[in-house]
Design a protein around this ligand. Sequence first.
Ligand code: SR1
Length: 391
Amino acid sequence: MYSNYFLMSNEDVKKYVQAKIEGFSGEVQCQEIGDGNLNYVFRVTNASGASIIVKQAGPQARISESFVLSTDRNRIETEALLLEAEYTPDLVPKIILFDQAMSCCVMEDLRDFEIMRKDLMTFKTFDHFADNISTFMAENLIRTTDFLMNPIKKKQLQKQFINPELCEITEHLVYTEPYIDFKKQNILTKGNEEFIHNFVYNDKELHIKVAKLKQQFLTQGQTLLHGDLHTGSIFINEKTLKVIDPEFAFYGPIGYDVGNLVANLTFSWLRALAFNESAYVHWVEEALVDTMEKFEFKARAILKESSEQFTVYEEVAEEFLASVLRDTFAIAGLEINRRIIGLAKVADMTTINHNGARILAERRGLSIAKECIKNEAITSISRYMQLLLKY
Ligand code: SR1
């Protein structure tokens, strides 16, 4: 942390913006609007109604003071957004300024957008979603692999995006705690405690599969991941979407991002089932299939552009893609489990107010998750959809 770093109040942010941002030197209003788990997000509006966002990393996570974190995550987030802007300029917010000493960045205000999870929770549909999110994933996840990127540049990026503390959060919250509750942070829904003890805590075979997936997360530097690609990291409106918050970015397995997305769409599906919204259940199913088919199609097309010496053998790229899909569904299972059992829950599930319906939705989710992790035959979106329909 730089010696002149301090955590800004609303008044500090006003002065900061007045001094640094063109068009904001006069009277401004400032409001802290962050509702994420980690950072502080301020909206600053000038006298003519124009607004910008200031995002600052604090020394601790908002969700719990026990997470003491390097404020360098703001650099990682900003640099990841800048890199993603090279591949998908229309699908990320524009960065206006980055201030390393203050661990903050200033970016465009996406006022005409809403956090996708909120819209999904009120059963809104989006025709463009599958096309845009599959482009975001294929472009960013495939172009930063060794198939498409010069190996020296790739290794420079690996160095630039070493992200030990945020990776450690994921290693604990996704890959360890939901299974052995070693920090006693899991929060089990009343009525599901015994089920989770028997179904998750006591399943040694499941733990072994998860341990192998954790090894993969720790060691497999395939691509520059977003690292937290859930529906709360997507701003959306009727026309388009923007992917935000890549502070967990690092070189990891492609299936981590794709699996997170699949899992979080599955929470919309579970919620729609719990509320008997059958038309919406159908929309989410279509969105899942469409997203994954388009991702596979676009990823394959980009892989075909590869000039890596060995890509003359088409089966190398095909095997790679097949392994990405296998990882995707296994990791979707991990994300489903951790959001039901662990510390960082998702509102799609926690706001299913009728306790019986929430218990059922959670058990459905945990059953799907277990099969995704244990059954190595779940290697395609069609197999995944069959699995959903089973529950
Ligand atoms: C302590 S952070 C908890 C969770 O919030 C972020 O959005 C990530 O998903 C992380 O696991």
